[in-house]
Structure formats: structure tokens, C-alpha cells
Write a protein that binds this ligand. Sequence first.
Ligand code: GLP
Length: 243
Amino acid sequence: MIKVYREKDYAAMSRRAADIIAAEIILRPDCILGLATGSTPIGTYENLVEKYQAGELDFAKVRTFNLDEYVGLTPDNDQSYHYFMKDHLFSHVNIDMDNTHVPDGAAADLDAACKAYDAAMIAAGGTDIQLLGLGQNGHVGFNEPADAFPTGTHIVELTQSTIEANSRLFDDISEVPTRAITMGIMNIFLAKKILLVANGPKKADAVKKMLYGPVTPDVPASILQLHPDVTVVVDEEALPEMK
Ligand code: GLP
């Protein structure tokens, strides 16, 4: 079941998403959050940091699992998702860094890193709420359009469209890593609740296909139609018309 909140703009989308995550933390101080990177959730994290600073949230017992990481980037690289998470959330709240998990894209043995990530997530019982962004081609995490839905954590070759979309954050497109380590659909579906955020006209096609199109690995986010508890928060540009 997918519940849709269609907010006026990016700021309202971010407030709504942060409220949903904050409610989870308030109700369950030791909850497990699945976290996402990309530009879309930045406003959500800003709102969560503000709530923490206002004394409304306590991250002391919160645990986190991030969706993905580029292969070959070490945590101190400012383009890595490890760095992103510190920069936008972890450094600003009282989270215990030992309770945070981000896939290890710099591991010497990437297959072992994938297996270890799956084992850690399964041992934790999955996440209570998984935050997701949405790629322009319908990817979630780095699960790119493919012939089949990937299951566990795995290594992917990024599509040219994702490399181009993400190149805006790098000095030059040649610096964008071509591979990533990402949770698969199994990991995402371990979540009790899923919260997807998307804004802007570039996401409209993917949002429409995710919500109303057939469930197909060609649009990885379409599989969310099969999860029992999904909330999608979009702005008006990402969902110009509700069906
Ligand atoms: C990257 C990330 C995804 C993210 C997507 C969209 O590819 N791996 O998790 O959802 O970009 O990013 P943005 O929010 O910047 O549009």
C-alpha cells in the first residue's frame, strides 16, 4: 500500500519527511533508521538536526543503515556517502558512530563486504523505517534498471544516466565512480516502513511509473507497490497530476 503526500514545494516535502522520521524516533528511541543520500533528503536531515537542536529528538540509542556507497571512495573523501552522512546528519546530532553503518565501498574484498552488510542487517532485524530517494531512471539506492530485481547487498555498474545525473556533484564527470555497493531489494523490504522522497520536474516520470506503472525491474522503485507500508512524499512538480 502506498500513501502519497503531495506537498507544495521542497521545503514542505522536507518538513513532512522529517516529521515522519521524528515520530519514529520519539516512539522508539532505539529505532533503526535506513538512510539515503543524494540531494533530495538534505532538507529532511536539516529539519531533523533542527529538531535535535530544539531538544525534541535524542539520537543516543538510534541505529542506522545507509543504502549505498561508491566503490573506491574512502570515508574521508568528500564525495563519499560516509562523508555526506557525517556532513548532513551524524556530526550534528548525538548519535553514537558505532551505531551507524554505511556499506564499505573501499573494502579490499567487496563480496565479503556485501555479505557482511546483509548479515548485519538481518541480525538487526531490518530497519524500522527506510528513507529512499529516487533516481531519474527509477532507481532506488543504486538498484539500476535491470532484467531482474537484485536481492541482497551487491556491486553495481552505474548506468550512464546515473553517472551524468550525479556528475553535478563532482568537479568533472570523469571523477564519478562507475561502480557502487548498494542494498538490494531484500534489504529495503526488510524495513517495516518505507519513506520515499522526490521533488522537481526531473523526477516526475519516475514517480508516475513507480506509483502507477507495472511492477518491473526496468523501474526498480515500482516494486515498492508490493511493500505493505510505503509513504511517498513529493512536491507538486514531481507529481503534476494525481491519478
Ligand atoms: C543517487 C543515490 C540514490 C538517490 C539518487 C537521487 O544515485 N544512490 O540513493 O536517490 O541519487 O539523487 P538526488 O536526490 O540527488 O536526485
